[in-house]
Design a binder for this molecule. Structure first.
Ligand code: CA
Length: 231
């Protein structure tokens, strides 16, 4: 069952969430401050985090920011909780990379429903370590960080590999430059999003070398889509 990390300093709410989520069959761990939340996110590797905004020491926003900065491929879904119905906190939380947001008091059914959506969304983005992604003659093995084309190992830089992995995991989806930037370069990347176009060009030069085989398509006004096509 999915693991839920609850980071909440109000013990009544933490206890309530623990009981309800356990009852629903989740594995639950609850901690009462931001630093423990960060530590448990790294050690226990939860599938989703319920994060209170107002915490002693590190605030929920700061926890969110640090998590997003340290993450590479796997993005931990975060549902933020706050006592205040304050639009600026909400915007701030979402800016820092929270996936969803609820104001206390909340209905447990709604929280469960939103958590399910977040888990389903993130399950799609995760590849079991043994899995191989392939399309056409292109194969990518996340475990060994290798990609090959028509049986020949490709020489990709770290960023090229990360970009290809992201594109292949979201095959058939139109992805915006911002999405790719956030997922490949990280939320803290502070530069031009033209870097995406540049790297797509590098990748195309390496993977579209077989006549008639196309993998990365430009979606006008949106960004890019990974889809194997043979002319
Ligand atoms: Ca609190």
């Amino acid at each position: 069952m999915p693991k839920v990390l609850v980071v909440e300093d109000e013990s009544k709410i933490a206890r309530f969430l623990e009981l309800e989520l356990t009852h629903e069959g989740y594995q639950v761990k609850a901690v009462g401050d931001g630093r423990s939340g960060l530590a448990q996110a790294a050690e226990w590797k939860p599938d989703v985090m319920i994060l209170d905004l107002m915490l002693p020491g590190l605030s929920g926003i700061e926890v969110c920011r640090r998590l997003r900065q340290s993450e590479k491929e796997l993005r931990l879904p975060i549902l933020m909780l706050t006592a205040k119905d304050d639009i600026s906190d909400k915007v701030m939380g979402l800016d820092m990379g929270a996936d969803d947001y609820m104001t206390k008091p909340f209905a447990i059914e709604e929280l469960l429903a939103r958590m399910r959506v977040m888990l389903a969304r993130s399950a799609r983005g995760r590849t079991p370590p043994d899995e191989t992604l392939s399309a056409g003659t292109l194969t990518l093995t996340p475990r060994s960080h290798e990609a090959s084309l028509n049986g020949t190992l490709l020489s990709l830089t770290k960023k090229e590999y990360d970009l290809l992995l992201c594109l292949m995991r979201h095959a058939q989806e139109a992805l915006t430059r911002d999405f790719l930037l956030e997922n490949v370069w990280g939320y803290s990347y502070d530069g031009d999003n033209n870097v995406v176009d540049v790297y797509v060009r590098y990748l195309r030069n390496k993977i579209e070398t077989i006549k008639g085989e196309r993998y990365i398509h430009t979606i006008r006004g949106v960004g890019y889509m990974f889809r194997f096509e043979q002319e």
